[in-house]
Design a protein around this ligand. Structure first.
Ligand SMILES: NC(=O)C1=CN([C@@H]2O[C@H](COP(=O)(O)OP(=O)(O)OC[C@H]3O[C@@H](n4cnc5c(N)ncnc54)[C@H](O)[C@@H]3O)[C@@H](O)[C@H]2O)C=CC1
Ligand SMILES: O=C(O)[C@H]1O[C@H](OP(=O)(O)OP(=O)(O)OC[C@H]2O[C@@H](n3ccc(=O)[nH]c3=O)[C@H](O)[C@@H]2O)[C@H](O)[C@@H](O)[C@@H]1O
Length: 432
């Protein structure tokens, strides 16, 4: 099949490349000229394991190309995927200006040939219908079906997730469009659900909101564990073995970040409010998450009392999670100012996100180029992102480098018992 994918962020780039790997002809479009130039030189603007090779392979096979010319790409395609951003607007609602902007451009580009327009961006319920309305406003004779096929990939494992999806959700209003989309996705999985576009849009928000709820729930349990000296990891294991609960997304820590959970939970809450439904659960999920990164500061204050001024903290990790350079809504951005406010010096290291982090952090923060530098002579170590590289250090190695033996583990990822045996003061989240 011939596809145009509009937007070359995580979703457009990875899913577009994935479709071409399945043998389809894919044209990826972005309005940012520099991004397209980079991609045409096999340079990948995001850090995503496995993506560079896949892009190169499919470009060389002649199935994948990049352009800024949306109109030509739409004209050449049978299916057009909209994969542009839907960021948070000041009210908390999803900002749909990019989606609607693209809809209007598509409307201007269409002729009378039948095309399926697919909204892949995460959008409020009813958006696909509005996209159709806007296309038809520009081009009343357009021969189209507008569908919703949400994306469920995770950053850092996006390539793997694309080829091994748990399910594909197709929201279509005609059998013709649904059949075409089932055919396109069937090489990926047999777990394909077809439904109406509104339910499909809601499946995406409900899935992200549920995962965020699971995280805020386990974080709240961890905070209660802290108060009673129970161990959240034992609690999560004991809970997760119940098949109805499941072990995933029960890692307590400093809260969820990233480009999607924070904005999507707020967008869903806002969507409900537009119909006068006030979601108490979503509000609680947000409240718990907003406060969760403070736990590291509370542990720090508890250990050092009012003698924190002039101390140095080594911060391990800046990205919102490992295997990504994405700094959007990263807990490090909330923790660092609180340390600086206390007169604490901060040295930070992240293997991949340090360039992205530089412009987002106050100048006083010293972003260092190696793990050893981040640990050398510090009074306390803050584990903020659980990169594999950080966990390979032995307690003896840490002890040899650090000035004082204090570890505050925001991800419960270090070997607590080994650190304690080496004489460290250790504080996790819900785990002492
Ligand atoms: N990042 C992720 O892991 C996931 C994101 N999503 C959803 O997918 C959507 C896209 O997310 P990202 O890929 O992270 O977005 P992004 O913001 O990183 O990238 C969007 C791209 O679209 C381009 N764009 C905007 N308007 C355009 C236009 N008129 N013509 C051509 N290009 C245009 C931008 O220049 C940008 O490169 C969002 O709705 C997000 O919630 C869903 C699942 C996973
Ligand atoms: O809509 C989206 O954008 C995507 O959002 C998430 O993917 P992503 O944000 O890449 O990352 P996750 O691995 O889900 O982690 C999100 C946040 O939750 C935190 N987390 C995750 C799991 C856990 O047990 N505990 C926990 O604190 C992570 O540290 C991270 O800050 C979803 O997992 C994807 O299915 C979805 O497609």
């Amino acid at each position: 099949m011939k596809l145009a994918v509009i937007g070359t962020g995580y979703v457009g780039l990875v899913s577009g490349t994935g479709f071409s790997e399945l043998g389809n002809d894919v044209i990826c479009v972005d309005k940012i000229k520099e991004k397209i130039e980079q991609l045409n030189n096999n340079q990948i603007p995001i850090y995503e394991p496995g993506l560079e090779e896949l892009v190169r392979k499919n470009r060389e096979a002649g199935r994948l190309s990049f352009t800024t010319d949306l109109k030509a790409a739409v004209k050449a395609s049978d299916l057009v995927f909209i994969a542009v951003g839907t960021p948070e607007s000041p009210s908390g609602a999803a900002d749909l200006s990019y989606v609607y902007g693209v809809a209007e451009e598509i409307g201007e580009a269409l002729d009378h040939k039948y095309k399926v327009i697919v909204v892949k961006s995460t959008v409020p319920v009813g958006t696909s219908e509005e996209v159709e309305r806007r296309i038809l406003m520009k081009n009343p004779d357009a021969n189209i079906d507008v569908c919703s096929v949400p994306e469920f990939l995770r950053e850092g494992s996006a390539v793997h997730d694309t080829f091994h999806p748990d399910r594909i959700v197709i929201g279509a209003r005609t059998e013709k469009a649904a059949n075409l989309l089932v055919e396109l996705h069937s090489p990926l999985t047999d777990k394909i659900i077809t439904t109406d576009p509104r339910s499909s849009e809601m499946i995406k928000y409900a899935s992200n909101a549920f995962l965020a709820t699971k995280i805020s729930f386990i974080n709240e349990m961890a905070n209660i564990c802290d108060a009673y000296e129970a161990d959240i990891q034992a609690v999560a294991k004991g809970m997760g073995l119940d098949h109805r609960i499941g072990p995933k997304f029960l890692n307590a820590g400093i809260g969820y970040g990233g480009s999607c959970f924070p904005k999507d939970v707020k967008a869903l809450k806002h969507l409900a409010e537009e119909k006068n439904y006030h979601s108490k659960i979503l509000q609680a999920v947000i409240n718990v998450n907003d406060k969760q990164s403070d736990r590291m500061i509370e542990h720090f204050d508890d250990i050092f009392g009012d003698k924190v001024e002039g101390l140095t903290v080594g911060m391990l990790g800046l990205a919102f999670k490992p295997n990504t350079d994405d700094m959007r809504e990263a807990p490090s951005l909330k923790i660092i100012p609180k340390l600086l406010e206390r007169g604490v010096h901060v040295k930070a290291y992240d293997p991949i996100a340090r360039d992205n982090a530089q412009s987002l952090l106050p100048q006083e923060v010293k972003i260092v180029g190696s793990l050893t530098e981040a640990i050398q002579d510090v009074d306390a170590l803050f584990l903020v992102t659980e990169w594999e590289e950080f966990l390979s250090l032995s307690p003896a190695e840490l002890k040899a480098l650090m000035k004082q033996q204090v570890v505050i583990d925001g991800r419960n990822a270090f070997d607590r018992d080994a650190l304690k045996q080496e004489g460290f003061i250790y504080r996790g989240i819900g785990r002492k």
